[in-house]
Design a protein around this ligand. Structure first.
Ligand SMILES: N[C@@H](CCC(=O)N[C@@H](CS)C(=O)NCC(=O)O)C(=O)O
Length: 207
């Protein structure tokens, strides 16, 4: 399997973590979004990352890819079968990709992406707004949801992958979850990012 997308992307990381958890070998091509690589363009209709290609089959979108992988390589399962657990796993995948991601990524965009890769100045006020206003209600919610090592049921799942992935970028941007205010979330994030699959994905090529 070929995986397109820089290792900086939280969405690409979802795919790399899933592949490692399932023990599937892959070739990583760390392209930026909208890269003019014809093979990547063919795999990603909107030019977004990630996209994958396997034996001529091409697919974009991290969630679509995770569901494809689940059917193609069912063990270990990353999608629960119990109806309520399944519903919650899909919810956390969606919540992570949409509500959480846009706010969690702000420190990375402002402090890493803009100055180092886009030649633009950091807007530290935007970082302060994310940290002080936008993220606390989401962290409060997650703190209430955590009661063990996994977000859903008694096994690691797509819920954990999709919630934890953006915290790597958060940490790279010198931002931390305040363990005094959100002790369960801080512990959960540290433990999840310490998994070998996340460690391998974090070491993935960035470009
Ligand atoms: N829903 C997509 C979102 C992917 C996405 O937005 N990736 C970003 C990079 S982290 C991207 O390609 N951005 C370029 C764009 O939005 O045009 C997924 O889960 O894969």
């Amino acid at each position: 399997m070929i995986v397109y997308g820089t290792g900086y992307s939280p969405y690409v990381r979802k795919v790399l973590v899933s592949l490692t958890e399932k023990g599937v070998a892959y070739e990583h091509r760390p392209v930026m979004f909208h890269a003019p690589d014809p093979d990547f363009q063919a795999a990603s209709p909107l030019g977004k990352i990630p996209a994958v290609e396997v034996d001529g089959f091409r697919l974009a979108d991290s969630s679509a890819i995770l569901w494809y992988l689940e059917r193609r390589h069912p063990t270990p399962a990353l999608v629960p079968t119990d109806p309520q657990a399944l519903g919650r796993a899909v919810w956390f995948d969606k919540f992570g990709d949409t509500e959480l991601f846009g706010k969690l990524i702000v420190p990375f965009v402002e402090r890493v992406l803009k100055p180092n890769m886009m030649g633009q100045p950091t807007d530290e006020a935007a970082v302060t707004k994310a940290l002080d206003k936008d993220l606390p209600p989401l962290f409060d919610y997650l703190e209430r949801q955590i009661s063990g090592p996994y977000l859903v049921g008694d096994a690691f799942s797509i819920a954990d992958i999709s919630i934890a992935t953006g915290f790597y970028n958060f940490h790279v941007a010198d931002a931390q979850v305040d363990a005094g205010r959100w002790p369960k979330l801080a512990g959960y994030v540290a433990e999840t990012l310490a998994r070998p699959s996340f460690q391998a994905a974090q070491a993935a090529k960035k470009g």
